[in-house]
Write a protein that binds this ligand. Structure first.
Ligand code: NAD
Length: 395
């Protein structure tokens, strides 16, 4: 079939297998071009490894440090008539590239929140990996089923305390309008914390400690976004921000729990980038389009792979990591540069439908969005007949 993008609002419901593979390969080349790397991880578990920041983490571990990796994700497989989700194709491409480089790389396609998935991962680690020295927790999910009660919780992206009205970009019509988001109630706040907070990260580490599969000196990281004034009402000080506070709390407890293994747990603050998760957040597409314009002019534009390359080399495996007073690794300093933020705020106040392309880089936003699904990637013939079925050896 001919595979062209089917965009529905903030999501694209199909993906291009070769485009996704080429995207993964470009990230691999980037990481290789930045070598050589100092000592780093050797046996890595990445939960949420198929797209966005988790995928970039895995690529950095494999092609920067020569690590064996086990990835966990929840992706839709292909059928003869329907493509897989992008993360499925990404994971196939990454497993193949790592195996071709002579490294162990396996993937589990399942619900990371479930006990069964954790058991499967531990079984595989015991059978084929040896002890894990880095656990990356990079899940972004709209819902979570509690593994004990079976109750399903849904996360929401809402302000807390009062409604929030702001400029918003409709990415389909390219119109800059206004959006009002009503405040979350207590139940919605608690549910968002349940889905995107630290509980499941702690359950993973508990299970791994109990199974005795963590190495001495093990590190674990989870990712957060802090942002600035423009995004605080919908992110930092909103439902998702509450969940991320819970992540900070979990990191403190995990540090204590891992002290017997000389281990550590850190929340890492990363910059805003285009991913499937961030494109669903109101305000973000417009903020990102403006940020891209400003950071490109400054020569500091970065995507997932550039961020992760710096996280590993400047924080996680550095003798002199950039840590804030809440013990978080920081790689968002270029985005939060006061000069950058001031420029973004000025443009924010001026941007309209008419001057969108002049004042922001919405084209780059769109390009990066489509690339998430393997579209618009150089060297791919999108007119060619393409089989959606791609063989995977996922566990
Ligand atoms: P993403 O949507 O690209 O990736 C999410 C990953 O989680 C995928 O691998 C997906 O398969 C996996 N996943 C979702 N539900 C799952 C489940 N039930 N079981 C197993 N796997 C599941 O998201 P992302 O933007 O890379 O986000 C990763 C982390 O980074 C999140 O904690 C997010 O808050 C954080 N972060 C994102 C940004 C940003 O701008 N995108 C900025 C800073 C921090």
């Amino acid at each position: 079939m001919i595979i062209s993008p089917k965009v529905r609002g903030f999501i694209c419901i199909n993906a291009h297998p070769q485009g996704c593979a080429a995207n993964v390969q470009q990230q691999i080349e980037y990481i290789k071009s930045k070598g050589p790397y100092a000592d780093g991880p050797k046996n890595v578990l990445i939960v949420g490894s198929s797209t966005g920041y988790g995928l970039a983490s895995r690529i950095t571990a494999v092609f920067g440090y020569g690590a064996n990796t086990l990835g966990v994700f929840f992706e839709k497989p292909p059928t003869e008539r329907k493509t897989a989700s992008a993360g499925y194709y990404n994971a196939v491409a990454l497993d193949q590239a790592a195996n071709a480089a002579g490294l162990y790389a396996k993937s589990v396609n399942g619900d990371a929140f479930s006990t069964g998935c954790k058991e499967k991962v531990i079984e595989e680690i015991k059978a084929n990996m040896g002890k894990i020295d880095l656990v990356v927790y990079s899940l972004a999910s709209p819902r979570r089923q509690d593994p004990v009660s079976g109750d399903v919780y849904t996360s929401t992206l809402k302000p807390i305390g009062h409604s929030y009205t702001a400029k918003d970009l409709n990415t389909d019509t390219q119109r800059v309008g206004e959006i009002t988001v009503e405040p979350a109630n207590d139940e919605e706040i608690a549910s968002t914390v349940k889905v995107m907070g630290g509980e499941d990260w702690q359950l993973w580490i508990d299970a791994l400690v109990k199974a005795d599969v963590l190495a001495d000196g093990v590190k674990t990281v989870a990712y957060t976004y802090l942002g600035e004034k423009l995004t605080w009402p919908i992110y930092g000080q909103a439902t998702i921000g509450k969940a991320k506070e819970d992540l900070d709390h979990a990191a403190g407890e995990l540090c204590e729990q891992l002290s017997g293994l000389n281990g550590s747990a850190h929340v890492c603050v990363l910059k805003a980038v285009v991913t499937q998760a961030s494109s669903a957040i109101p305000v973000m597409p417009l903020y990102l389009s403006i940020l891209f314009k400003v950071m490109q002019a400054e020569g500091t534009h970065e995507g997932c792979i550039e961020q992760l390359q710096r996280l590993f080399t400047e924080c996680l495996y550095s003798d002199n990591p950039r840590v804030d007073d809440a013990n978080r690794f920081r790689v968002d300093e270029l985005e939060l540069n006061p000069d950058v933020q001031t420029k973004v705020e000025v443009i924010w106040s001026q941007v309209t439908t008419e001057n969108l392309h002049e004042l922001s880089d919405f084209s780059l936003y769109q390009t990066e969005f489509l690339r998430l699904f393997g579209f618009g990637v150089e060297g791919i013939d999108y007119e060619a007949e393409t089989m959606p079925l791609v063989e995977a050896n996922f566990l």
